[in-house]
Ligand binder design. Structure first.
Ligand SMILES: [Ca+2]
Length: 138
């Protein structure tokens, strides 16, 4: 809850300082944006991924990301946005908490591809670029 009200019209999330903690920007009608820097979870581990489709759409919107940390599996749908006139950071951040290792990461690329790629022991605490059909390229 905020101490004051804002004429907010759109919200986008993204890691604008590349520290692996996802920040928030709120667009305000007729005023400056509100920027909320995420200071939580310092010292936790993470992996940031930039998906690049070749057969599917280039931003891989609609891809399913699944991963395992310490044997616990989670998954998430990659979206392009969801708020008024806003689009999110195209990168996804996978939080690992105190874990220092990601067991694996699996990407199910959206139609018309449908390809499933599994990356064993991906790097952590950095951003990587994953190209459809080529795995981690940088
Ligand atoms: Ca951040």
């Amino acid at each position: 809850m905020f101490a004051k009200s804002f004429p907010a019209r759109g919200l986008a999330v993204g890691d604008f300082d590349n520290d692996g903690r996802v920040d928030v920007v709120v667009a305000n009608n007729g005023g400056p944006p509100l920027i909320l820097k995420n200071n939580a979870g310092e010292g936790n581990h993470w992996l940031g991924v930039r998906l690049e489709g070749t057969k599917c759409n280039r931003d891989a919107v609609g891809a399913w990301l699944s991963w395992s940390v310490g044997g616990t599996k989670r998954s998430r749908l990659k979206t392009g946005g969801g708020s008024y006139l806003s689009s999110h950071d195209p990168r996804e951040v996978i939080g690992l908490g105190a874990a220092t290792k990601l067991d694996w990461l699996e990407i199910k690329w959206p139609a018309p591809s449908g390809r499933v790629e599994r990356i064993e022991n991906p790097p952590v605490d950095r951003y990587v670029r994953i190209v459809e059909g080529k795995g981690v390229v940088s």
